[in-house]
Design a protein around this ligand. Sequence first.
Ligand code: ACO
Length: 378
Amino acid sequence: MTQPIVAPGLEGIIAGSTRLSRVNGLAGELIIAGYPLEAIAANATFEETAYLLWNDRLPNAAELAELQASLASLRALPRATLDLLRAVAAEKVAPMDALRMAAGTLSLGGIEGAENEAAALVARFPTVVAAYWRLLNRSEPVEPDPALGHAANYLYMLNGQIPSPAQARGVETYLNTVVDHGFNASTFTARVIISTASDLVSAITGAVGALKGPLHGGAPGPALDMVFEIGSADRAEGYLRAKLERGERLMGFGHRVYKVRDPRAAVLSAAAEKMFQADGDRQLYDLARAVEEQAVALLAEYKPGRNLQTNVEFYTALLLHGLGLETALFTPTFAIGRVAGWTAHCLEQKAEGRLIRPGSDYHGGLGRLWVAVDERGN
Ligand code: ACO
């Protein structure tokens, strides 16, 4: 009998197939439904990307207009979701926890059928995050504006001001860049849940919980803090070396799949450079480049052979900071992009209809004899 393979973390295991995205970690290449990430990030509206994932083709002009109108009509939150957010804000809960709690309420409001639930979840995630952020900061939520696209409307609901085209494009590029990424932890979580013939809202709520962790979507905040703490390029080496000497991880570096620079880092770095250039203040961007260079060199020194390179989170931090978002909003904004990918994976998994249920390697005791409770001693 051949020995079963035990792969903690499922490393190297192909757990299913998908038409949604292909991640080539050795070439540093990401394909989204047939298109190179670079083409999607630079050109697509977020609505076009969502349509592509759901339908496996780009929409024509009429189909796109219809999707834009339909998503815009679904943005408003059920009354109970808003009531919940108010109560949660009073306890000053972190935005990702508020999003996780609110996600579970999004089945309210008469949305039925997996496709409609997918659209409602994508349409409402920005409303939840923006409304919660304002409540947390003691201001009233801003009603969504149906005349604005998905990305621009998110910034509008956050700030109460219509963003400039450059700001709207910046956030749209970000949302497109993180929309899907193979069987990452949160997507796999969603697929496991939907594979039990559970519903989409349950699957997406679980995915939010998985994305929250600092080993997955929670890294950009700490990555930016690190750049700020370093403060000037000449301090980078000493600071990073001390961190590595203490056995700490450098946030924004390393990836389970990519062994070269994450292609999303390149796309976001270019978008951040454009934005900082337009603002006439390249200082933070230049500092981040210097920190990146030093971090990659030191990781090669301290972890030889591990090929630890810049991941998506490093430049996420810079781009979103440049857009005026505070660090607590970074991971929720990631979720606003990724929810389109999660829903597409759920629809794909649902169509496949196969329960995900891996085996496990038992390493506990054997042959133990049952002892009655009053005979067990201490
Ligand atoms: N800084 C320092 N050392 C690191 C880092 C890092 N960022 N990443 C990995 N290592 C080290 C590990 O300590 C380990 O060293 P060891 O063999 O001496 O024990 C070795 O490299 C291999 O690490 P693993 O944990 O096996 O790598 P894994 O594939 O599990 O980790 C992960 C991937 C979790 C992303 C890791 O690189 C990490 O913690 N990075 C920092 C957090 C981060 O940026 N997360 C965002 C990831 S992108 C995303 O999910 C959207």
